[in-house]
Design a binder for this molecule. Structure first.
Ligand code: COA
Length: 186
């Protein structure tokens, strides 16, 4: 059941289904496969603002930095192959350090099997444990799948960046969404 004051803590309910996919914190040995997964989603050009992946060195530096900063960074694995990821990157600015930015993606062949939902639930729960009090993200406005997923975890729209992305389908807005963790008074 979802905690009404703290949306996303438990995530929306759903019947358990058998799945060979595991979700785990990212480990440096998964960097190569993570980079391949990110690049695959980026090359679809419909969902992210990047259209290709990064070098192995860039991905290794990214993952190492996240791990040393204690940022939630989980992956979905089919055996040893990374098929999805979800990261919450803490904002480096002192005045915004209670918040982080969420990024998620699942390889196309693994979508609509509950992997995104599991990654979100794990990353959000980990973020609250690690003291994040706000998680935000930008999503391209036509991305109905992601919008629906985020709403199910309690993200609400806070704003809109007009004409923010221009790739293959003309100008697109980006929607700012966020959830907040409300601490109980002592
Ligand atoms: C968004 C994304 C991560 C969802 O992952 P997924 O594993 O397919 O999602 P799940 O199977 O766990 O579905 C969870 C919920 O997401 C929403 N959703 C997922 N795919 C959807 C689709 N094609 N249409 C509408 N809603 C969809 C639904 O609300 C769904 O709940 P339901 O099963 O009760 O309908 C995946 O579509 C993806 O990787 N997209 C490309 C990358 C991307 O858009 N990243 C986010 C950029 S801001």
């Amino acid at each position: 059941m979802t905690d009404a004051a703290n949306p996303g803590v438990a995530g929306p309910s759903r019947p358990a289904a058998e799945s060979p996919i595991t979700v785990a914190p990212i480990d440096l040995r998964h960097v190569d496969s993570f980079g391949d997964c990110l690049a695959e989603v980026a090359r679809e050009r419909k969902y992210l603002a990047i259209v290709d992946g990064f070098t192995l060195e860039q991905n290794a530096a990214w993952v190492a930095a996240d791990r040393s900063l204690g940022n939630p960074f989980h992956i979905a694995l089919d055996g040893d192959r990374v098929v999805g990821w979800c990261e919450v990157r803490r904002d480096p600015l002192p005045g915004r350090g209670h918040g982080g930015v969420l990024g998620i993606g699942v390889r196309a062949a693994y979508r609509r099997r509950g992997v995104g939902r599991r990654l979100m639930a794990t990353a959000i729960a980990d973020a609250w444990v690690r003291g994040f009090e706000r998680i935000e993200l930008w999503v391209r406005a036509p991305n109905e799948a992601a919008l629906s997923l985020y709403r199910k975890f309690g993200f609400v729209e806070e704003g809109r960046r007009r004409d923010a992305v221009r790739l293959d389908d003309g100008p697109e807005d980006e929607v700012l969404m966020a959830i907040r963790f409300v601490k109980e008074p002592v």
